[in-house]
Design a protein around this ligand. Sequence first.
Ligand SMILES: Cc1cc2nc3c(=O)[nH]c(=O)nc-3n(C[C@H](O)[C@H](O)[C@H](O)COP(=O)(O)OP(=O)(O)OC[C@H]3O[C@@H](n4cnc5c(N)ncnc54)[C@H](O)[C@@H]3O)c2cc1C
Length: 309
Amino acid sequence: MEIVVIVGTGCAGLTAALYAARANLRPLVLTGKQPGGLLTTTSTVENFPGFPDGIEGCELMMRLQKQAEKFGARVQFGTLEAAGLKQRPLTLTIDGEEVQTETLIIATGASHRHLEVPGEHLLENKGVTYCATCDGALPIFRNKDLVVVGGGDSACEEALYLTRFGSTIHLVHRRDSLRASKVMSDRVKANPKIRPVWDSVVTEVLDVKQDKVTGVRLKNVKTQEENVLECSGVFVAVGHIPNTTLFKEALDLDPAGYIIPKKGAATNIPGVFVAGDCSDRVYRQAVTAAGMGCAAAIEAERYLESLNE
Ligand SMILES: Cc1cc2nc3c(=O)[nH]c(=O)nc-3n(C[C@H](O)[C@H](O)[C@H](O)COP(=O)(O)OP(=O)(O)OC[C@H]3O[C@@H](n4cnc5c(N)ncnc54)[C@H](O)[C@@H]3O)c2cc1C
């Protein structure tokens, strides 16, 4: 019987592991298919507190894992395949094997939606990115023409944020008006650095041969006309998919699939806690995920104490 199982080794999972381990709970921590989580897919992280010169995403996550292991966290390569949360003890299926646990911390993150067009994957981190807050300030984007793809609040926020760095921000949207809230749309329309490109979709990111982003191929969905828009960066903001499918029968999820915390990091099932991007549709940052991981571990510890009272 495990005391605490933590699903995920991103910032949320490993911070939860650090706190649970320091509380002598010897958590079992599952890596899933992406050990170290999303930050391992980026180069320099410049906004994690304590690193004035920035730190490579992989290096940060390796250090965080080492820190958690130092206090007794047991990090295991493994994927949660099923979770029986409706009876006690909680029963997990990990790579085909059943494991029982008193508490569970879910820190499975959220994946970004891709455009699924040629060039997108090959040029990821070479000009294609999914997070303006994370990457917008990088030198390759400064004073350059940039493209943001999307028409919701996130896309508008990304475009507005990028006006601090880029020269012109082309906001490419498949419709002829934004889906975003009125206040966001108004801000975007009032900003002279943002140029909406209506009724258009990106059909290719250029240029794989040069190994960097030089532009996007666009198609007008009304006229079917194609043209190339030159740019140095493509910020994809077409939504996120929280990794929560396994929990949809048992836990309260919002319509987009994010786990709804009941109070703090607790969920609607006693002993099951949540942290990080799988329950955060607003901030989705490394430091907020880490903070939520800390909260989840402290709450798990208090829950276990309450069982012994
Ligand atoms: C390109 C890029 C650059 C970024 N740069 C920055 C930055 O500079 N600064 C910043 O603050 N934020 C940045 N972010 C955002 C940051 O990476 C996320 O906010 C953060 O990683 C969220 O942490 P998390 O622990 O919630 O989830 P994740 O990091 O997504 O980790 C999820 C973990 O859950 C595991 N998992 C999922 N399903 C299962 C399962 N069934 N079984 C077992 N394990 C499972 C995965 O393998 C993974 O280990 C960036 C994001 C991207 C994509």
